[in-house]
Design a binder for this molecule. Structure first.
Ligand code: NAD
Length: 421
């Protein structure tokens, strides 16, 4: 049965991927039916007093798609395009991402339709605190644990934690993740997604019997929170990062880029087009470079049926969510590229968020080596499971990842059964 969200492109895409995987693996149709709609979706109004004394009301959302395996987990997005359908689609993808990597967590997402750059710090704090108050009854360490997403950050999470804790009367560190270290954040969280991307590239190289060394050329599209640590770790593995880009464009140097210097430049708020002005390249051209490894880590939909045939990379590591359209996946796979799918490749962030939640519940904090070695083994197990599905069902890695996630979820849903019976 179609639901009200399916006219939304993102939701429609998520459902198509779900149906595609379900038909390949012959998923129980009753389970498919339950997964088509979120378990719970709430819409709240978030009124705040602006600095000029007027009151403005924003719309906020929290969607919990499936919580069979554990509490919901997913970010809070502050962006003008946020609505219920987009939030529901992103919550569904979180269900599959958490299931794929075997976390005891379900899928959720939230957000407010707002341009956060148009608000002062005080207004943003008021917005976050009122939103946290409005949704407090459906979140919590055993119910649903938010995290930062587009337009939100560690400060937003600290305000959320404080508001929730004020309502409870005691500090509740497990209510959100992505917190600053000073209020219970985890070591390694900031680099975790990029580190996971680099781990997945090394697993893919081993699987393909390809040795990463100084002749391995890497291009990173989107040198941000995901792209920077991915580039740094791939350089540390011995590869040569020859191209990086941000929204202003990119730089290309066949002899290799000093990734750490570029990271410092970017983190100081400067644009890459000004980093080495005589070596600039467009974002479009970067995607088509003759490289061994391409890491699209900026935004969704950058490789489509229009440019997919020009992509030459042997390994495409989806650092961003959905950087390749479904048509592009088919074209690149047919051209021999090995795609590491987003729900696996960028799952490092939610894995270390899970570690942060566990540390918060225990009030016992782990060292960085422990965090990175656990991150490595969780991703390695998930990668191997996706490879098993890739080989067993003879499907590309994107479809294999969905199948692997659905297998774990369906087993749990079947065991728990339906209430009331
Ligand atoms: P970010 O804002 O830190 O970095 C994004 C980078 O992409 C920046 O360099 C930006 O300049 C560049 N960019 C933006 N628009 C662009 C465009 N149109 N063309 C080229 N470059 C562009 O964001 P991030 O946190 O690194 O997230 C990047 C992607 O990874 C997003 O799809 C996000 O949903 C996904 N993701 C992030 C995390 C995380 O932990 N940060 C986890 C999972 C998935």
């Amino acid at each position: 049965m179609k639901n009200q969200f399916e006219s939304n492109v993102l939701y429609h895409d998520a459902i198509s991927q779900l149906e595609d995987a379900a038909s390949t693996m012959k998923l129980d149709p009753n389970i498919l039916d339950r997964l088509r709609t979120p378990k719970r979706a709430i819409m709240v109004s978030v009124p705040i007093r602006l600095d000029d004394g007027t009151v403005k009301t924003f719309m906020g959302y929290r969607v919990q798609h499936n919580m069979t395996i554990g509490p919901g987990k997913g970010g809070i997005r502050f962006h003008p395009s946020v609505d219920m359908a987009e939030t529901a689609a992103l919550a569904m993808l979180m269900t599959f991402k958490c299931a794929l990597v075997g976390l005891p967590l379900g899928g959720a997402k939230g957000g407010i339709a707002v341009d956060p750059t148009s608000l002062s710090r005080q207004e943003l704090q008021a917005l976050t605190r009122r939103y946290a108050t409005e949704i407090n009854m459906v979140v919590g360490p055993t119910i649903d644990i938010p995290a930062p997403d587009i337009g939100t950050d560690g400060q937003t999470m600290a305000w959320f934690l404080d508001t929730y804790s004020q309502l409870k009367g005691y500090t509740v560190p497990g209510v959100v993740t992505g917190k600053p270290i000073s209020v219970g954040g985890s070591l390694g969280r900031a680099e975790s997604t990029g580190k996971g991307v680099a781990f997945c590239v090394s697993f893919a190289a081993d699987y393909l019997k390809y040795k990463i060394n100084e002749s391995t050329k890497v291009a990173v599209h989107g040198f941000g929170k995901v792209g920077i640590p991915a580039a740094q770790d791939l350089a540390a593995q011995g590869a040569k990062v020859v191209a990086i880009s941000d929204v202003s464009g990119g730089i290309f140097d066949p002899n290799g880029i000093d990734v750490n210097a570029a990271a410092e430049w970017t983190r100081s708020g400067q644009l890459l087009k000004d980093f080495e002005p005589n070596k600039t390249i467009t974002n479009e051209a970067l995607l088509e470079l003759d490289v061994d490894i391409l890491v699209p880590a900026a935004i969704d939909g950058v490789i489509t049926k229009d440019n997919a045939r020009k992509v030459k990379a042997k390994i495409i590591a989806e650092g961003a969510n959905g950087p390749l359209t479904t048509e592009a996946v088919d074209i690149c796979t047919a051209n021999g590229s090995f795609i590491i799918p987003d729900i696996l490749c960028n799952a490092g962030g939610v894995i270390v968020s899970y570690f942060e939640w566990v540390q918060g519940l225990q009030n016992f904090f782990w060292d960085l080596d422990q965090i990175n070695s656990k991150l490595y083994s969780i991703l390695k197990n998930a990668f191997d499971e996706v490879i098993d599905c890739h080989e067993k069902y003879k499907v590309d890695m994107k479809r294999a990842a969905f199948i692997a996630a659905l297998k774990r979820l369906a087993t749990a849903m079947r065991m728990r059964g339906l209430f009331p019976a």
